[in-house]
Design a protein around this ligand. Structure first.
Ligand SMILES: [Zn+2]
Length: 264
């Protein structure tokens, strides 16, 4: 055997030993095997992209048209942006039923606060329980932040959200309708959180959660969520040591005094 073509026992940068042997005479093969060995132990890009693609193709995948300021000291940007489920997943880190539940609920509630169709992310408060998925969706879609006193956590809330528009004082509560959340998913989630599960149960829970999420996107949001006005609602920020004013919105009305209304 010609030793030039012997490629066994290579160690790539990621520490994986790659084994292979060539008689083709191609000097590139060792390098190809080396790269293949490295690729097999790297995280695969877009592993859950198929889930997101499926959701985006559903008839009731929510999108949000939002308004922000132009820069760190204002003023209002005359242009709007569009937020999709893909954007939410990128912010949150994974596609999950909690994110989709929150997105659909927020869509229903924000339609009440912003019937004109553009959500002002400088003017909106949101409350959810402390689910990482619910809280992330509220912050990203509404622009609410705990550190500015515009996002709140209420552990007593279930699959429920409270949305508040500071300039109008209008508040609504949105809730997933009773009986829609699958009992098997609830049972599996409890088991997994308790640390008493096997991989098959984790995978089944994941699949059922994604199926539930897909179902929410296949029918009008109002079929799954109820919305109730909260008349006389008073917004009281949660306590937080570093609570402070939000500097990027204090001059949002510059050049547009006709839009001036009370702000958070
Ligand atoms: Zn999540």
């Amino acid at each position: 055997m010609n030793p030039i073509f012997e490629t066994s026992g290579q160690i790539c940068q990621c520490g994986r030993v790659t084994k292979g042997r060539s008689r083709t005479g191609c000097v590139l093969l060792p390098l190809m095997l080396l790269l293949a060995g490295c690729a097999s132990v790297q995280p695969k890009p877009g592993g859950t992209e198929a889930v997101v693609e499926q959701w985006l193709a559903a008839p009731y995948a929510p999108t949000f048209t939002v308004r922000d300021t132009e820069s760190s000291l204002g003023p209002y940007d005359p242009h709007t942006k569009s937020i999709t489920l893909r954007d939410l997943v990128k912010f949150h880190g994974h596609p999950c039923d909690g994110l989709v539940t929150a997105a659909c609920a927020l869509k229903v509630g924000l339609q009440e606060l912003y019937p004109e169709g553009v959500v002002d992310r400088t003017d909106t408060g949101g409350i959810s329980n402390n689910s990482p998925c619910f809280g992330d969706a509220v912050a990203f879609v509404t622009g609410a932040r705990i550190r500015f006193g515009t996002q709140k956590i209420d552990p007593s809330l279930g699959n429920e959200f409270i949305l508040y528009r500071f300039s109008t004082g209008k508040a609504v509560k949105v809730a997933l309708k009773p009986g829609l959340f699958p009992a098997e998913v609830a049972a599996l989630e409890a088991k997994i959180r308790a640390g008493q599960f096997n991989e098959g149960e984790m995978r089944r829970c994941q699949r059922l959660q994604w199926e539930f999420a897909r179902g929410l996107l296949e029918r009008p949001w109002a079929d799954s969520f109820s919305v109730t006005p909260l008349n006389g609602f008073v917004w009281k920020p949660d306590g937080y040591e570093h609570l402070g004013p939000r500097g990027d919105v204090i001059n949002k009305h510059f050049g547009r005094p006709q839009e001036r209304r009370p702000s958070p």
